[in-house]
Design a protein around this ligand. Structure first.
Ligand code: C5P
Length: 218
């Protein structure tokens, strides 16, 4: 489907990426996980001990960062970082790094360049409001913090990873707060986005709700 773009925003752990992946497959579109891009930047800055208060160092780092997707594999300067960018430490660092103006400027420009040909599903925090305000379909996904913590907790347990529910809930609430209170492009529902509250919905139900929003002639 190369006629439209779909923009999805929402809080941490709401399942945007999972839904975007499935919908992209069904509609023969390409999913761009913009959170992964911010995670790459954070991972690079942390690994290279870049002082983010030093604007020259930050600009240099941004210039040296090259992000590439190959299916679900994320490459940062040709190294597969798909797993490394998903740790809790990087999640928390990303939320801080994503508040920096030079970082957002570069990521937004890259995302707009990629999506200009249409046929893309972008998920993130500022897609409907800033990156693709003219997207044909605009969605805001939400779920209560406890519903999201529940899902994340079960994911960890299913993967055999030790998890602490209260810690997960606390981190989700902290990221919500940071993402929605930052000065530049805070997370918020665009006025013309359709909200889908997934607290009590399964994956299949959410996918169907999204598919219903696709224009028939697309
Ligand atoms: O979606 P994900 O949890 O991978 O995003 C990680 C972090 O990246 C978010 O907590 C947010 O701070 C930032 N982000 C952003 N804008 C986007 C996507 C992600 O600020 N479009």
């Amino acid at each position: 489907n190369h006629k439209i773009n779909i923009a999805i925003d929402g809080t941490s752990g709401v399942g945007k990426s999972t839904i975007a992946d499935i919908v992209a497959q069904k509609l023969d579109m390409t999913h761009l996980d913009t959170g992964a891009m911010y995670r790459c930047v954070a991972y690079y800055l942390v690994s290279n001990h870049v002082d983010i208060q030093d604007s020259t160092a930050l600009e240099k780092a941004l210039h040296d960062i090259h992000i590439r997707f190959d299916d679900k594999v994320v490459y940062l300067n040709d190294v597969d970082v798909s797993k490394a960018i998903r740790t809790n430490e990087i999640s928390m660092a990303t939320s801080k790094v994503a508040a920096l103006e030079p970082v957002r400027k570069k990521m937004v420009a890259l995302q707009q360049e990629i999506a200009k040909e249409k046929g893309y599903i972008l998920d993130g925090r500022d897609i409907c409001t800033v990156v693709l305000p003219d997207a044909e379909v605009k969605i805001f996904m939400s779920a209560s913090p406890s519903a999201r913590a529940d899902r994340r907790y079960k994911e960890y347990i299913n993967q055999g990873i030790d998890a602490d529910y209260d810690e997960i809930l606390h981190d989700i609430e902290q990221r919500d707060y940071q993402d929605s209170h930052r000065a530049i492009s805070p997370l918020k529902k665009a006025e013309d986005a359709t909200e889908i509250d997934t607290s009590n919905m399964g994956i299949q139900q959410v996918v169907e709700a999204v598919l219903k929003l696709i224009p028939v002639d697309a």
